[in-house]
Write a protein that binds this ligand. Structure first.
Ligand code: F3S
Length: 390
């Protein structure tokens, strides 16, 4: 891989240990994927922020990087951590809180923005055509498919290295020839809600691997439904981008048809229990937009959350502040609008939560393993019906 004179000096350690380590990570990655050079990025987004999934050894490594004067060269944002600063923070053991806050401190020292969200594009949209190094798979699909930005699906360490160096190896989704659709998907049924868009993503992800689908036949699409589709595609498969309802000339492509029965079976496989009395009803995977918060507040319509059931809606601090009038309404009725955190990487077992109902195919897919919880996968309206009393 070609390196400029300055990149070589960083590689040789002339700019300190942290820069050297980060440059080595990027060069190794570039060599692995036959990149010819490094290219500048507009921003990096790092995952692996939760102490629950990170653990102690990587947390020590972060500390070493920060102590050796590692500083982000570009705008660098963070995925959610394991609890929100108020509601759950008070319920968790002190040693867990300390470990988590220490991780955040290291990132802050390195100049990362404490965004703590998986929807950084609601805070600031990357420029069309810009190159990014983002590590949250749902955000990667969103950036490539809807924002016109170009990013590979980075791992936590490579996104961190890119933040420090300000560059990424030029391969994969950074090259125009790899961004063409290569399989046509014909959806032969009408999808009625966001959960069915998620089920479609979950179904296709399993079949497509890392292909780029052109999905035809989607009706009544919205930003929120496409976000669910993209997040689920990236959960069960390695899909980094999709096109929908466009006429692209792309030569010979394989074709997949999706019938109503495929989606029904996929949706059923995402529920492990049928009893509609979950310990937790959770909305906000990926984190909610202002529109989604507004919709939930409207649908709650002054009804109270049932005693004995938790109702969490996750979003970023930015969106919570912008939607504060709706948030107030929801919280008045007993809902919790939680920022900075992700239920999947939070300590739900410690909190005694054994069953989770959600409209997110991604959460329903991961919760049985990562939260050791039973799941009920259902659209928003059904989730609200389960959690709201009169
Ligand atoms: Fe976001 Fe967590 Fe879902 S990071 S996409 S809320 S699994």
């Amino acid at each position: 891989m070609y390196l400029t004179k300055e990149e070589e000096r960083i590689y040789d350690g002339e700019y300190g240990w942290t820069n050297q380590i980060c440059m080595k990570i990027l060069v190794r990655l570039g060599e692995l994927f036959n990149a010819t050079k490094l290219i500048p990025i507009e921003s990096a987004h790092v995952s692996g922020v939760s102490y629950k999934t990170l653990g102690d050894a990587p947390a020590e490594f972060l500390k070493a990087l920060a102590n050796a004067d590692g500083k982000a060269k570009v705008k660098a944002t963070l995925n959610p951590q394991s609890f929100d600063p108020e509601y759950l923070s008070r319920k968790l053991p002190e040693h867990v809180r300390k470990k988590q806050l220490n991780i955040l401190k290291q990132f802050e020292k390195m100049g990362f923005t404490m965004s703590l969200t998986c929807t950084p594009y609601y805070l600031e949209k990357p420029k069309r055509g810009s190159h990014l190094a983002w590590a949250e798979s749902s955000a990667v699909v969103y950036a490539n498919s809807f924002l016109g930005a170009w990013t590979n699906r980075e791992g936590g360490p490579s996104a961190l290295a890119s933040a420090i160096i300000g560059k990424t190896p030029d391969y994969g989704m950074h090259r125009a020839e790899n961004r063409q659709p290569n399989v046509l998907v014909d959806v032969r049924t009408s999808l009625r809600n966001e959960a069915e868009f998620g089920a479609l993503g979950s179904f296709l992800g399993r079949i497509l691997g890392d292909k780029i689908p052109l999905i035809q036949g989607l009706k009544d699409v919205s930003e929120g439904k496409l976000k669910q589709l993209g997040a689920a595609l990236a959960t069960t498969g390695m899909v980094n981008m999709f096109y929908h309802n466009t006429q692209l000339k792309s030569g010979e492509m394989g074709k997949i048809s999706v019938e109503a029965e495929d989606l029904k079976r996929t949706a059923e496989s995402l529920s492990t229990m049928s009893d509609a009395k979950p310990d937790l009803v959770f909305i906000g995977c990926p984190h909610c937009s202002i529109n989604e918060i507004r919709q939930i507040a409207r649908l709650m319509d002054g009804k109270k959350v049932k005693t004995g059931t938790e109702f969490w809606v996750c979003t970023s601090r930015y969106v919570k502040e912008k939607a504060r009038e709706h948030v107030k309404k929801m919280e008045r009725e007993g809902g919790h609008v939680l920022t900075d955190m992700c239920t999947i990487v939070s300590w739900t077992e410690t909190l005694g939560i054994k069953s989770i109902m959600t409209n997110s195919a991604k959460t329903a897919y991961y919760a049985p393993t990562l939260n050791k919880a039973e799941t009920i996968f259902a659209p928003l309206k059904q989730c609200l019906k389960a959690v709201l009393g009169g």
